[in-house]
Design a protein around this ligand. Structure first.
Ligand code: ATP
Ligand code: ESJ
Ligand code: MG
Length: 544
């Protein structure tokens, strides 16, 4: 399927022809019915302890937990918080929340006390699920906010909040064991918010992105088109956190497709590679730092990764060099980069067999419209012209919770303005350049840090790198690199500067210098936290 150009330089990914999820009464009902139909098939695998969960186990447990939530007073459109690393309980809690027609609000497990407080004040959950590692922070935040009536613990406890229930005790209680099935309330699909995901907070405080029942159901339908990547009965691996849009949406889509999803609660080098080998993983969800790990880390050679057929990568820029290195090193036949935002439910662009030029993020998914505009004038641009990417389609969020101003800036006439600069070529294949906010302004040139980072990563002595603009009175900003050296190598600032001089256009030279660091700060979905690097620059040199 190729995209078409509509009048006014609008690119269209083509119609959604398959309809299935949209005809259900709710997302919760769809997931329940899907799990029921998959019977004893294994659908989730905990790669840490090797426990496998069947679809019928998931169905039975979701039904029971849905009754429990109702007994605890959770009603349709009430909000349920969910603060946990990837675990079977995360999936059960989310799907049971969907079943009762509640709005599920996953919370980042790395949030500090202050950030948990910020996030729950956006979504105002009545009940919060918390795991052992988050319960103390959740309890503290709950005690300060009257709207939280109870916490359901996956393990562990806290003295900071009175009303804590243990999930296993609730589930074992005979009162809740009676019913074989659960009927989800009929949703008002266009209006009811089923998920509130927090944006990553890369450019500021995280925003509460409200996704409706229809956003999710329509996205699920777009995923079952014959042109999309098939996932039925495929073994997939994920370590992307489920509290993040990318992780959360891929958990939901794989659940509805009867895939076997092997998950890790956090990234651990050996465990990640061992899981691919042990479970003969065919597809893995990836973010660029994981791709760089596969491309560069010495221990990768110790594992049999021959089962890997597809790597699905998104969330941050992936360089064509890293892509090539992986193909050469482990011979993965397909690398499929995608591009999406919390605000777009899942990816809006993805590569396929036909459109997979190195460095591209692929073509529009079915049902999605795109346009590229001049960020200053708003003028519509054509092929090969760089500008702000805007998208329209069924997956575009309802809005940011409690923030009409930001919603109106982000969505105009139904078009989501992404804040990302990119372009499409003559075949309507898209390329991301960088975020508008992160472009370095050197003497009137716009320098995308992602391009310099990609170049630096091609250097064998460099393990990781990040580039920011260093404020400069004369030039505006000067490109400056933070560099992590590979173990046991000699590398000087001058060598790095020379390397860029030899391989990039003059505006990209590292005129701001090079700072060697032990690690590049990144958030759990693999995005470089440039604001932390900027703060480091402001501090006196001795503290670096
Ligand atoms: N394949 C990709 N290549 C480059 N950038 C990508 C890709 N996929 C996603 N992104 C980036 O991720 C962004 C969406 O991420 P997300 O919704 O998680 O939050 P965020 O934009 O990082 O944070 P915030 O909006 O809170 O500042 C996109 O706007 C884009 O900048
Ligand atoms: O649709 C797919 O097949 C995969 C390929 S990569 C991808 C992504 N989805 C999101 C959703 C949110 C976000 O911030 C980034 C991505 S990349 N989806
Ligand atoms: Mg954003």
């Amino acid at each position: 399927m190729t995209s078409t150009l509509l009048p006014g330089n609008i690119v269209y990914g083509g119609p959604v022809t398959e309809r299935e999820a949209q005809d259900y009464r709710s997302l919760g009902q769809y997931i329940l019915d899907k799990y029921k139909s998959f019977g004893e098939q294994s659908v989730l695998v905990d790669a840490v302890n090797g426990v496998e969960y069947s679809a019928s186990f998931m169905h039975k447990s979701i039904v029971r937990l849905a009754y429990i939530l109702q007994k605890l007073g959770v009603k349709q459109n009430d909000v349920i918080g969910l603060s946990s690393e990837n675990s079977v309980n995360f999936a059960l809690a989310m799907f049971a929340g969907f079943a009762v027609g509640a709005t599920v609000a996953p919370l980042n497990v790395t949030y500090s006390d202050r950030e948990v407080d910020h996030a729950i004040n956006l979504s105002k959950p009545k009940i919060i699920f918390a795991s052992k590692i988050t319960i103390d922070r959740v309890a503290k935040a709950a005690s300060k906010n009257k709207f939280v009536k109870g916490i359901i613990s996956f393990g562990g406890s806290s003295k900071k909040f009175k009303n804590i229930y243990a999930l296993n005790e609730l589930m074992d209680n005979d009162k809740f064991k009676t019913q074989p099935d659960f009927l989800s309330p009929v949703a008002n699909k266009e209006q009811d918010v089923t998920l509130i995901v927090c944006s990553s907070g890369t450019t500021g405080l995280p925003k509460g992105v409200q996704l409706t029942q229809m956003n999710l159901l329509a996205t699920l339908d777009s995923q079952i088109q014959p042109t999309q990547i098939p996932m039925e009965e495929v073994t997939l691996l994920t370590v992307i956190p489920w509290f993040h849009a990318f992780g959360c949406l891929t958990l939901i889509t794989t659940a509805c497709r009867g895939a076997r999803l092997v998950y890790l609660p956090k990234f651990e080098e050996n465990l990640f590679l061992a899981a691919i080998e042990k479970y003969r993983v065919m597809m893995a969800f990836m973010v660029p730092p994981l791709m760089v790990f596969l491309a560069k880390h010495p221990i990768v050679d110790k594992y049999d990764l021959s089962s890997l057929m597809v790597l699905l990568c998104g969330a941050a820029p992936l360089s064509r060099e890293t892509e090539d290195q992986i193909k050469e090193r482990i011979g993965v036949p397909f690398i499929r980069q995608g591009y999406g935002l919390s605000e777009s439910t899942l990816s809006v662009l993805v590569q396929n067999d036909e459109f997979c030029k190195p460095g591209s993020v692929g073509v529009l998914k079915v049902g999605i419209y795109a346009k590229v505009i001049d960020p200053d004038t708003g003028k519509l641009l054509g092929a090969k012209e760089r500008g702000e990417l805007c998208f329209k389609g069924d997956g575009i969020m309802k809005g940011y919770i409690g923030d009409t101003n930001s919603t109106q800036t982000a969505i105009k006439d139904g078009w989501l303005h992404t804040g990302d600069i990119g372009y499409y070529d003559e075949e309507f294949e898209f390329f991301i350049v960088d975020r508008i906010k992160e472009l370095i302004k050197y003497k009137g040139y716009q320098v995308p840090p992602a391009e310099i980072e990609a170049l630096l990563l091609t250097n064998e002595k460099i393990k990781d790198a990040a580039v920011i603009g260093k404020p400069d009175e004369e030039a505006g900003e000067l490109p400056l690199a933070f560099v992590v050296k590979q173990a046991n190598v000699q590398l000087t600032e001058n060598e790095v500067i020379q390397f860029v001089n030899d391989n990039a256009s003059p505006a990209k030279r590292l005129r701001g210098g090079v700072i060697f660091v032990d690690e590049i700060p990144k958030n759990p979905s693999g995005k470089i936290l440039r604001r932390i690097l900027r703060d480091m620059l402001k501090k006196p040199k001795s503290k670096l």
